[in-house]
Design a protein around this ligand. Structure first.
Ligand code: B1M
Length: 208
């Protein structure tokens, strides 16, 4: 399906229509990856209107809700994996940041890659990441940030985890995050997108 169709329903915040269209596309044999690409393209067009001041926060929020509905349909296909779970990953969006669409995609892909995901959601304080990792015996903490302002909180979260001496790998990502920034704050890994996050987490755990 082409993104203009998704775009129309998404920009109207029509979550049930988006859900329906994603289900229909899968039913026709379209791959989950292709449906996802169409949804992301539509969201990006809406995001550009938001950036340019053509639409406002409430419209952006209903579009994001519709995007979530679409992701819900794709989840079983994206997160499908066989066999025992490879390692536990504590995942979340750092404190002060409410963006979770990309983070959720990363979680689905990692799940599909055989990892057990403990998703702490959005606006997660640094201490919650370290406490959960300790309690759950997780091997990886995965941090997402979408705002330049919350990159500082990502840095603070890595600092706290290191200060606590946890034996855990910390990996980071999100639109404003770069490989150079990841190195600078002492993260063990960085991935540009959800698909490459799987290989990256495997690499930091030396699983390949
Ligand atoms: Co906001 N927002 N937003 N927003 N929003 C951006 C990020 C922005 C770039 C838009 C813009 O102005 N151009 C801008 C940030 C500017 C900046 O800091 N540089 C922005 C702003 C300013 C804001 C507010 C401040 C607006 C306001 O209130 N005036 C506000 C902040 C709220 C807060 O967080 N405290 C805000 C609010 C919102 C909504 C609530 C309306 C909504 C979020 C809803 C939700 O997530 N549930 C929203 C949205 C949807 C966006 C845009 C349009 C889309 C983000 C998205 O979901 N992309 C975004 C503009 C844009 O990106 N086009 C924008 C799709 C998603 C699949 O991509 O999240 O990048 P992404 O994830 C990718 C990669 O980054 C990577 O993999 C993912 C999949 O491939 N990745 C990782 C992500 N995490 C990773 C972790 C990893 C590895 C890879 O390892 C651990």
């Amino acid at each position: 399906m082409t993104s203009p169709t998704y775009y129309q329903a998404m920009s109207e915040g029509n979550a049930s229509r988006i859900k329906e269209m994603a289900q229909e596309a899968l039913g026709r044999g379209e791959s989950a990856g292709s449906v996802l690409a169409g949804l992301i393209e539509a969201l990006n067009i809406i995001g550009a209107s938001f950036r340019d001041g053509e639409i406002f926060l409430p419209e952006m929020m209903i579009a994001a809700r519709a995007m979530h509905a679409g992701l819900g349909v794709l989840r079983p296909a994206l997160a499908k994996s066989a066999g025992p779970r490879a390692a536990k990953v504590v995942l979340g969006t750092v404190q002060g940041d409410l963006h979770d669409i990309g983070k959720n995609l990363v979680g689905m892909m990692l799940e599909g890659g055989g990892f057990e995901i403990i998703d702490l959601g959005i606006d997660v304080p640094a201490e919650s990441f370290s406490e959960t990792a300790r309690e759950q015996g997780a091997q990886v903490i995965a941090l997402s940030a979408l705002l330049t302002t919350t990159m500082a909180q990502m840095q603070e979260t890595v600092r706290l985890i290191r200060a606590e001496g946890l034996n855990v790998k910390v990996v980071v990502g999100g639109a404003p995050v770069t490989a150079a920034f990841a190195r600078e704050i002492g993260a063990d890994g960085y991935a540009e997108d959800a698909a490459s996050a799987v290989g990256m987490v495997r690499a930091v755990l030396s699983m390949r």
